[in-house]
Design a protein around this ligand. Structure first.
Ligand code: ADP
Ligand code: MG
Length: 389
């Protein structure tokens, strides 16, 4: 993978694909994490004497839609970097070309949302060629988009000398440690909504790990596959065979699987609703399991004892709605407290849970890429990485 160390930025206009897909409300950026994550790369290039043209997507607009403008991001970025100018034109347009033509070293132009371009997600070669005229070198630092074969990620990278930014490098290094020679014992904690979303990751990691802890809604498909009564908990009925198969494979590989013993259940998902604790395999209708219970918290803490490598994806319950955040908090704390272990969190909701619980700094790595980190763990590479080789 070519990195920034292979690029002499002096006097160059460098096109940088960043991930500024941040939450925006009333024209204000609500969480600047992704902007801050990009700063090391941007500062390095500016200090090296480059001018910068920035590309990013924001949300999922269908064509040009002012609701998805990057203008608020331009404002937020301007507070961190001097010399930032927001260019209110689609990045494939003539106007965008003109606006970047006379950038001086130290100046930064943030162009409008790449998804305003109809060819972006189709990886249109003609659009990629227009992007390529915006700069003399291309830096990919949008790890969270690196699993997308889109024009601003993959298409343009084939047309310019292309390099990985620092964020990209850091992500790849950390996630590679989960795949290559991980220190053992190695535990994976999975939760969240569906087994079907995570099959690829489970299959990739199962042969590498010692312990698999399963919580969240996903656990009920496993519990039901084992003959449990799970009330009205979320179950993927069409994945019961898959769940049995995965358990069989885990056993054959000598992976110890930990499933919930008890759950916190309610009739509705509502803040402060009446809750009851039930055995995980005997939940009566109309109750549904919405978090792991106290015994399971203890079981999971025990299961994590002595672990040297851990990957966590998927909350243990409906963490967005208290009191169903307690299991996620307990597991987050257990992972955060592991001495001398390499701990990684990945996944959109898992990372927002970790941030909300204030545990971010206590993990070895918090991946900024939701889908991208899972796809990397599944395949060991991403479309956006292949073009940097
Ligand atoms: P990630 O984005 O980290 O990969 P997922 O998207 O797979 O995680 O899962 C997160 C969602 O799973 C959250 O919205 C959470 O409310 C939901 N969830 C977790 N446990 C349960 C449960 N027991 N019942 C229903 N939903 C759950
Ligand atoms: Mg999610």
């Amino acid at each position: 993978m070519r990195t920034l160390k292979d690029l002499d930025p002096r006097g160059k206009r460098v096109l940088v694909r960043v991930d500024f897909n941040v939450p925006i409300q009333d024209g204000k950026v609500q969480d600047e994490t992704r902007i801050q994550e990009s700063l090391p790369t941007l500062r390095y290039l500016l200090e090296g004497g480059a001018s910068l043209v920035l590309l990013s997507h924001l949300g999922r607009p269908k064509g040009h839609d002012p609701k998805y403008s990057l203008a608020p991001v331009g404002e937020a970025l301007g507070r961190h970097l001097p010399g930032v100018r927001f260019v209110p034109h689609s990045p494939g347009s003539e106007e965008a070309q003109k606006a970047v033509r006379d950038l001086s070293p130290g100046e930064v132009a943030l162009l409008e949302n790449v998804r305003f371009e109809p060819g972006e997600e189709k990886n249109d070669p003609e659009l990629s060629a227009r992007y390529a005229r915006l700069g003399e070198a291309f830096v990919l630092d949008a790890f969270g988009s690196a699993h997308r074969a889109h024009a601003s990620v993959v298409g343009v990278a084939r047309l310019l000398p292309a390099y990985a930014g620092f964020l990209m490098e850091r992500e790849v290094r950390a996630l590679t440690r989960l795949l290559q020679d991980p220190e053992r014992p190695y535990a994976v904690v999975l939760g969240g909504a569906k087994v079907s979303d995570k099959i690829g990751v489970i299959e990739s990691l199962l042969p590498r790990i010692d312990r698999l802890l399963v919580g969240g809604a996903m656990a009920f498909t496993f519990l039901k596959a084992l003959g449990g009564e799970v009330g009205r908990s979320l179950v993927e009925e069409d994945r019961l065979d898959l769940a049995r198969d995965l358990l069989g494979r885990a056993e054959a590989l000598g992976v110890r699987v930990y499933l919930p013993e008890d759950v916190v259940a309610a009739e509705r998902i509502e803040p402060g609703v009446d809750t009851r604790v039930y055995p995980a395999r005997a939940i009566p209708v109309p109750y549904m399991g919405l978090d792991i219970g106290p015994k399971t918290q203890e079981l999971f803490r025990e299961a994590l004892r002595g672990v040297r490598t851990a990957f966590w994806n998927g909350p243990m319950g409906v963490f967005e709605v208290p009191p169903f955040d307690q299991g996620t908090l307990a597991v987050g704390r257990a992972l955060a407290g592991l001495e001398g272990a390499f701990t990684v969190v990945g996944g959109g909701d898992s990372v927002s849970a970790v941030n909300r619980l204030g545990l971010k700094d206590r993990f070895g790595h918090v991946s900024t890429g939701g889908g991208a980190s899972l796809e990397f763990l599944e395949k060991g590479t991403l479309p956006g990485l292949e073009v940097l080789k």
